[in-house]
Design a protein around this ligand. Sequence first.
Ligand code: PAF
Length: 296
Amino acid sequence: MFKPLNQDIFLITNTNIDNYSNVKIFNDIPSIRAHLQDKQSIAFVPTMGNLHAGHLTLIKHAKQLSHEVVVSIFVNRLQFLPHEDFSRYPRTIEQDCVLLDELNVNTIFVPDEKILFPTHQEFLLALPPIADTLEGEFRPGFFRGVTTIVLKLFNIIQPSLALFGKKDYQQLFMVQQMVKQLNLPIEIIASETVRASDGLALSSRNQYLEKSQRSEASYLFQTLNYIKEEIISSHKDFASLQEKSMQQLTKRGWKVDYIQICNRISLAPAQNRNEPLVILAAAWLDKTRLIDNVEV
Ligand code: PAF
C-alpha cells in the first residue's frame, strides 16, 4: 500500500534555514542525537510544518513543561493515501523557522525523506481494530502511517513528553494507546483545539477553502455543538441525532464521512449519556476535508 520512495523523494533544498539566530536545525539523525544526548526531560512536538496558531499553542504549552523543546517538521508520506494531498500539502519551512525562532525554540528536526526512509519502510505497526473506524474507515492505513512515523521520531528524539492536539482526537488516542501498549517511557500531553473566532478548528488544510466557503466551514463546529446541547438537554437517541445532523450538513452542500458520538475512553460508539462522551466528525466542503470534535 505504501509507495516506495523513488523519483519524487522530497528533499530539503533551496531553503535559507541557516539564517535564524537562535534556532539550530538538524537534518540528520546522528547530529540531532549528539545534540540531545545530555539533555534531560525533552518535550517534543511532532508536526508536518505549515505552522499555525494551533501548533504555536502546542509549542508554548511544551515550553511551559520543559526547557528543552524539540519540534520536528516532516510531511509523512506513509499517512497519505495515493489520491490524497501529499504533493500539494503546504510546505513552508522558512516561514516555520521564523515562527519557531520567535518562540525561542532552538531545536528543530527537519529530516529529508531519504533520512527517515533510507530504504522502503517495510516494518510497520499492526494496529488494533479501532484504527479502522472513524478516520481509519475513510483513510485506510492512516493510523499505521502516523504511529509508525511517530514511533520512529520518538526513537530518534527520545523525549520525556510529547504533545498532540485534541483536534486530531483519534490520532491522539492511537498515540496514547501505542505508548501504553509498547511501554514507551513517554508522557503524552493533550492540548486543547485552537479555533478561529467563528469556531472553525485551525488546520493547515483550511487554506484549501475558497473564500466563499470559509464562513460555511464553521458550520461543522456549530453542528457538533448542537448535538452536544441536545445530549445535555437529555436527548437519548444518538442514532437519530447523528442522522439528523448529517442530513442537515448534506442539505447545505457538505459531503459527510461520519458524525459519531463515542465513548471518550474507548472511542467505541457510545450507548448512553452516562458515559464520558466525545462527538467526532469529518466532512467535505467541496474539495476540502475538515475534521473536528467536541467533548460533552
Ligand atoms: O498531526 C500531524 O501533524 C501528524 O499526523 C504527525 C503527528 C506530525 C505525524 O506525521
